[in-house]
Design a protein around this ligand. Structure first.
Ligand code: ARG
Ligand code: ZN
Length: 419
């Protein structure tokens, strides 16, 4: 019988608006526990799986034998979950003793707003002013364009990096922050832009990349969700759209693309964290990005999307177990990129097609971009493997971004060679 590992974290309350608010009044004990048990125990153990927050995988339906499972349990369910885990003999281990203080430690609690920093988790206001200032101060290498607004009306701005040219250049598209709580992802896009601008002219690979190609960077895909993780619920994942007929908010943007939409690894329940939406591209953020990629289809050679956590480099397909037409090349490049990443600090990544490497899950941006014709389509799952999960400490932003740069540049170099 296979084993599942379950990491259980203790939160203040399960629902929306629970994180980072009202914490002065409710000084509840917090914990993050790691549990291991048989898959068959799972259903009996957690009948309330709708009330626990799945960190990895992202929903109960994706739990399988022989995979690690990390969940956060709201404090009100914790005693019950502990008891049932013990009764069903599942091994468990506390990973974060005080989850709320880990959350608080990453919140901007200062009285005066904190300035933008590449080694901090910046809120949307700081990222927005960073976008404005960085794009106006380096006009020979960077420009910006708004590709549409989010559900709540925030502008989605794509930064175009590359030496200005009179002819249209082949390009790479990269997005960060599809999922709101994956803060290290958003930090990476900012890091990438900074590195591109500061190493152009000195780093030969970056110089040749930006001479030959353009790199479109969308620093925050799911801005409404990201803002919500800073203001109300640190563990929010989805968009923030609202439709009559359900009291629940948002859909999973990475289940909302038109690629085997909602056939597997996604939920049609609007309250689920992996809700696929009411139809493909029902989420305006997804539609804006899909429209942009369709418009630029002829020049786009690579699509890179940054998530966290698990230390994976995935490529199509996730909606099916069939191998992509370019499977062996995609795998070879992924392995090379993982090796480059590891060379810096020894961080180990696993690479492979999504369905076989983690779980089948349809509606993802990577599969959609690939089927549209963007051959080099990759999903990164950055650090870590579950020790801190989404609450990766700020001290790891720099090393994580530095090692990820090597992998992204490895992929870009391969793309460039094969133009
Ligand atoms: N953790 C990511 C997610 O579930 C993995 C995405 C892999 N690609 C995919 N099309 N499912 O969204
Ligand atoms: Zn994600």
């Amino acid at each position: 019988m296979g084993q599942s590992k379950v990491d259980i974290g203790r939160g203040e309350k399960g629902g929306e608006g629970a994180w980072g608010v009202e914490r002065a009044e409710e000084e509840e004990e917090e914990a993050f526990v790691c549990v291991r048990g048989r898959e068959s125990d799972w259903d009996n153990t957690l009948p309330t799986s709708s009330s626990v927050d799945f960190w990895s995988p992202e929903s109960a339906e994706l739990v399988n034998i022989d995979i690690d499972v990390d969940i956060r349990v709201p404090a009100m369910y914790l005693d019950m979950v502990y008891t049932t885990l013990q009764q069903s003999d599942m091994e468990h281990e506390v990973l974060i003793e005080d989850l709320q203080s880990a959350v608080d430690g990453q919140m901007d609690n200062k009285p005066s707003p904190r300035a933008h920093s590449y080694t901090k988790y910046n809120n949307w206001d700081n990222i927005q002013s960073w976008i404005a200032s960085i794009s106006s101060s380096n006009s020979n290498l960077i420009s910006k364009q708004v590709i549409g607004n989010t559900y709540e009306g925030r502008p989605m701005t794509v930064l175009k990096l590359g030496k200005t040219s009179s002819s249209t250049k082949p390009a790479i598209f990269m997005d960060c922050g599809i999922h709101a709580r994956e803060w290290i992802s958003t930090a990476f896009c900012q890091w990438f832009v900074k590195e591109a601008l500061s190493t152009y002219g000195s780093d030969s690979q970056m110089t040749s990349l930006l001479d030959q190609m353009d790199v479109f960077v969308l620093p925050v895909f799911n801005i409404d969700g990201y803002d919500f993780t800073h203001k109300s619920n640190r563990m929010w994942r989805k968009t923030r759209s609202k439709r009559s007929g359900s009291s629940c908010y948002g859909a999973d943007p990475n289940r909302n693309f038109n690629a085997g939409w909602c056939t597997v690894g996604a939920s049609s329940n609007p309250c689920s964290d992996t809700f696929c939406g009411h139809q493909p591209e029902s989420e305006i953020e997804v539609k804006n990005v899909a429209d942009f990629i369709r418009r630029n289809k002829s020049i786009l050679k690579a699509y890179i999307t940054i998530h966290s956590y698990s230390q994976l480099l995935l490529f199509p397909y996730s909606y099916s177990f069939s191998l992509a037409a370019d499977h062996s090349e995609l795998l070879k490049v992924a392995d090379g990129a993982s090796a480059a990443l590891r060379s810096l600090y020894g961080t180990r990544y696993t690479s492979g097609p999504g369905a076989a490497t983690i779980y089948p899950a349809a509606g993802g941006s990577d599969d959609w971009a690939y089927d549209l014709g963007v051959k080099y389509s990759y999903t990164f799952e950055l650090r870590d493997t579950g020790r801190y999960g989404f609450l990766l400490p700020e001290s790891q932003i720099e090393p994580t971004c530095e090692e990820t740069m090597l992998a992204v540049k490895y992929i870009a170099a391969h793309v460039q060679k094969n133009l």
